[in-house]
Design a protein around this ligand. Sequence first.
Ligand SMILES: [Zn+2]
Length: 311
Amino acid sequence: MKQNRLILAFTLGIFAILSTYSNNLNAQGQAKTLKRIVIDPGHGGTDPGAGGSYSTEAAVALAISLKLADYIKASIPDVEVVLTRKTDIFNSVVEKAKIANAAKGDLFVCIHTNSDDPHAKRDLIGYTTKTRYVKKNGKTRKVSVQVPQYKVSYIPSQAKGTETFIYNVDKSDQRKEMANDAVGDVVEKLDSVSERQIKEINTTDPTRSMMASLLTQQYFQRAASLALTIEEEFKNAGRLSREAKQRQKGIWVLAAVQMPAVLVETGFISNPEDEDYLNSELGQNQICEVITKSLIRYKNSLENQKKSNAN
Ligand SMILES: [Zn+2]
C-alpha cells in the first residue's frame, strides 16, 4: 500500500513535467495512443520456467498469451497484437526485446506465473539411543543419549495471487549487472544491447539527452499506471492481489524494450489451488478479461490525455 502511494506520487510528479514537454515529445513522433501491443509469453522451449505439480510456467504463459491476443483483437480491434513467441520455443530476452523494438510496439506485456519454494516440515517420530564419550576430570566416560528422530516432509507454499511488476528506472547504471545475473549464457549480447541503450539515454546532445530521459520517464509513468490498473482489476475480479511493484532483478527485458512495459505474474503455479485455476478455461478467461479491461482503461486514459493536450 505504501509502495503504491510512492509510485503514485512519483507518477504525478513526472506527469507534471511531461505535460510541459508534451509538444516536444509529439514533434519527436512520439505515439500518444495505443496502436500496437507486444505480448511476451514468459520462458519457453529449453526454459520451462517454474514448475507446478503437473504443468509448467512456459506452457501456462503461452496458453494465456495466445488467448489474450484473441481477447484484445475482439475487444480493441484497432490495436494490433504482436507475440514474441506463438509456440513452445526458447527466445532469449535479447531476442524478445529485439522483436518488440522491431515491431515498434507502444506497450510490452510479459505474461508469467509466480512460484514459491515448498516449506520443509519436521515431525518428531521418536528417539534412538546413541553412545557418546564424555571427558570429565581427565577420565573418559561412556554415556547413552536419546536422540530425537524427525521425518521431514515438504508442503507446498501457501503463497497465491497476482503481482504486476515494472522496471525501476532509477538505477540504469545497474542494468548491466542485473542482466548478467538474470541470464548467464547471453551476457555478451546483453551487454551490447544495454550499453547501446544507456548511451542513447546519456547522449552528449543536451536536447536529445533530455528527450531520451523524458521518454524513459514517460514509459515509467505509463507502465506504473497500467500496473496499478491491472492489479485493481484483479481485485475487482475477486483475485488476491499482491499489488503493483517495482523490481530490477530478473526483469531486464522490461528495461530493454523502448516502450512502456509491465510483467504480470498471473498466479502461483507452486500453489495447488492457483495451479488448477491457471490451467482452467475459466481461470485463463478471467485473467484475459482482467488484462483486456485494464488495457482499455489504459488506452482511454492516453486518448483523454491527448485530447486535453490538444485543447
Ligand atoms: Zn517467469
